[in-house]
Design a protein around this ligand. Structure first.
Ligand SMILES: *Cc1c(COP(=O)(O)O)cnc(C)c1O
Ligand code: SF4
Length: 343
């Protein structure tokens, strides 16, 4: 059963349980409305409408509830709020920074690394993260719609070196339980696939998405399943998220986290230590900490390489090795993510 969440509307407060799909459809897309809910004056975020036209704001109430009221510098708010800085031109920041447009094998299928392919199952996300390298990605042409899955599956079938399929997007968990179940079933018919990986921000953006049916689809498949969540800050993980993650954990699904290093959001050592410890308490191991992809509109989030390397040294001094994520950058044309100390 979906949990009961409180939605404040103009005249009444309802406590009806609402499904994750309903919560998704009620996501806030108007910056003024968001600031109003959070009791923040619009003059704290001047000139956001142009940025909003380029890549619209989108955030579900379950995430808004974790943002501190009246705090225009809240680390969760800064990840999702449209800002005028996004429109500043910045040298060396591009619209396809990781070369995805050249890595397509069939529509929506990326095969860049040995043994694993990445399937863009949908262009949609539950939240629009301002730093995202996909903000300029032509999803409509690239995503593997259901008809195109058969082309992707055909490709995977014919390459026995592929052991792992990564469901990505957009966010694969915005697909219905039924669609995901169908896809997993089709992949199960390919004998050389042994690992299924899902990259999703839903467990920390809309934890009610972790339905019993989804958990069952994943745990009953023959695959060794890994879910890589995407939390950038410890405040994203509250009891609701811990409960959702626990269901997955109980079902034997491996849980990892990838984060993006973001100025003013998680670039301080305390933020990173808190994030790693909070993740581990929720059964999740830190996997990657990504240097920001140089995507146009996100330059204000950039942390300099040297500062990032210093941060890693500090983390190594404060945390057990298994709670220190690997600092990496994605570089077009490389055969894996590139460790930052090799840059
Ligand atoms: C990041 C990425 C992967 C996964 O890389 P890992 O190092 O295995 O986590 C796979 N394929 C593509 C196209 C990617 O961008
Ligand atoms: S792909 Fe991931 S990081 Fe990008 S907007 Fe969607 S949820 Fe956010």
């Amino acid at each position: 059963m979906p949990k009961t969440i409180t939605i404040k509307s103009e005249n009444f407060i309802s406590n009806l349980p609402i499904s994750w799909q309903q919560q998704l459809s009620q996501a806030v897309s108007d910056p003024d409305q968001l600031l109003d809910i959070l009791n923040i004056k619009p003059d704290q975020f001047p000139l956001f409408s142009e940025a909003n036209q380029q890549f619209s704001l989108k955030v579900p109430h379950a995430y808004i509830n974790k943002i501190q009221k009246s705090n225009a510098r809240d680390p969760l708010l800064l990840q999702i709020m449209t800002q005028s800085q996004e429109m500043l031109p910045s040298e060396n920041f591009h619209t396809d920074p990781v070369g995805d447009l050249n890595a397509n094998k069939t529509p929506g299928l990326l095969h860049k690394y040995n043994g694993r392919v990445l399937l863009i199952t949908t262009g949609a996300c539950a939240v629009h993260c301002r730093y995202c390298f996909r903000r300029h990605f032509p999803y409509q042409q690239q995503q593997a719609g259901r008809e195109q899955w058969s082309q992707a599956i055909n490709y995977i079938q014919h390459d026995k070196s592929i052991k792992e399929v990564i469901l990505s997007g957009g966010d694969p968990l915005v697909l219905s339980d039924k669609k995901l179940d169908d896809l997993v079933t089709q992949l199960e018919n390919i004998p050389h696939i042994t690992r299924l990986r899902i990259h999703s921000r839903l467990p920390v953006v809309l934890p009610d998405r972790i339905t019993d049916k989804l958990v069952n689809t994943l745990s009953s498949s023959r695959f060794n399943v890994c879910l890589v969540i995407h939390a950038n800050h410890a405040n994203e993980i509250t009891d609701n998220e811990v409960n959702a993650l626990d269901k997955l954990k109980q079902a034997g699904i491996h849980l990892l986290n990838q984060a993006v290093l973001l100025k003013d959001i998680n670039h301080h050592i305390d933020d990173q230590v808190n994030l790693s410890e909070t993740l581990f308490n929720a059964g999740v191991l830190p996997y990657y900490l990504h240097l920001l992809d140089p995507v146009q509109g996100a330059a204000h989030f950039d942390v300099k390489l040297n500062d990032a390397l210093c941060l890693m040294t500090q983390m190594q001094n404060k945390l057990p090795g298994f709670l220190v994520p690997r600092l990496v950058r994605e570089i077009a044309g490389e055969t894996s993510k590139t460790p930052a100390n090799e840059l």
